[in-house]
Each structure stands twice: as C-alpha cells, then as structure tokens.
Ligand binder design. Structure first.
Ligand code: HEC
Length: 144
C-alpha cells in the first residue's frame, strides 16, 4: 500500500472514531453531571456573585491587575473544580485557609475570607460545587 493510501486510511479511521468517542464521552459526562452547565452559571449569577460582593472580593479582584477576575464565572470555576468535593477544593481550602503551613501565612494572598467552611462565602461555594459536580440531592419527580 502506498504511503498516501495509508495516510488516507488512517484519516478515514479517525473520522469514524472521533464522533463515536465524542458521543460516548458526552453520555458519560451527562450521566454524572447533576445539572447542566447553564444551571451552574445561573447559580453563579444569582447566588455566588452577591456573596463575593458582600465579602469585598471585588476590592482586589475587580481591578485588572489581581487575577483571577473572580467576578467572571469562567475564571473562578477552575478553582472550584480542582479537588474532590464541596469541602475539598482549591476555592474552599484557600478561602477558609485550611491548608496553610502557618496560620499567619494564608495560602490566599488576599487572606482568609471565610471564618470556617460554614461561613459565607464558603457556604455558598459549597452549594455551588453541588450544582456543578454533585449528585442531585433530591430525586426529581420522575426518579422514584
Ligand atoms: C486584599 C485583597 C484581596 C481580597 C479582598 C481577595 N483577594 Fe483573592 N487574591 C488576592 C491576591 C493578591 C491574589 C494573588 C494574585 C496572583 O497570584 O497574581 C489572590 C488570589 C486569588 C485566587 C487564586 C489563588 C491561587 O492560588 O492562584 C483566588 C481563587 C482568589 N484570590 C479568590 C478570592 C475570592 C473568592 C475573594 C473573596 C471571597 C478574594 N479572593 C478576596 C487578593 C485578594
């Protein structure tokens, strides 16, 4: 077989495999996701943003030079997604200062922002995690 033919064959194979892989992947993600991504963003707008505003996050992060821009859904979400649960993710551990080597050296350069994981804004961050990545907390009408 010529090289050109081989290349064409493997290209064709990729074209066949790719959609199948994507369908499988999206089915797997769909089965695990508690809610659609839009619900996560809606929750961010309705509940997380006001909690951030109350805590004064924008005083530092609203300016362009302190990153991430925490008022942007897409910039804060990665910190929530790093970790393994509502009480164990980078956003919570930094804001409640759970992982610093010394109490006077918070892992968040802007300091401890939640007195505990039960205090705001961490309480709202934990709900947000459930919306984005958790199991549905209540069975829906059709699930009985
Ligand atoms: C007093 C100023 C200040 C306040 C208030 C503040 N931060 Fe920060 N924050 C910082 C600084 C400075 C950094 C480090 C920026 C950098 O590394 O470029 C930072 C980093 C972060 C990071 C990235 C952490 C990392 O390790 O990369 C996140 C997430 C974050 N802040 C979230 C928040 C949230 C949410 C609030 C409000 C609850 C908040 N911050 C309030 C100053 C502040």
């Amino acid at each position: 077989m010529s090289d050109k033919k081989k290349r064409r064959l493997s290209y064709g194979f990729t074209l066949l495999i790719l959609p199948a892989a994507l369908v499988t992947l999206s089915a797997a993600i769909g089965a695990d996701a508690a809610t659609s991504p839009r619900q996560g963003e809606a929750f961010f707008d309705d509940r997380v943003l006001p909690a951030l505003a109350e805590n004064g996050c924008a005083l530092c992060h609203g300016q362009n030079y302190v990153r991430p821009r925490v008022l942007e859904y897409r910039e804060l979400l990665p910190f929530l997604s790093m970790g393994s649960g509502p009480e164990n993710n980078v956003l919570i551990t930094k804001m409640a200062n759970l992982r610093s080597i010394r109490a006077d050296r918070p892992t968040h350069p802007g300091g401890q922002r939640c007195k505990s994981i039960d205090a705001e804004p961490c309480k709202t961050f934990r709900l947000w995690w459930e919306i984005e990545f958790g199991e549905p907390s209540r069975p829906s009408a059709g699930d009985k």
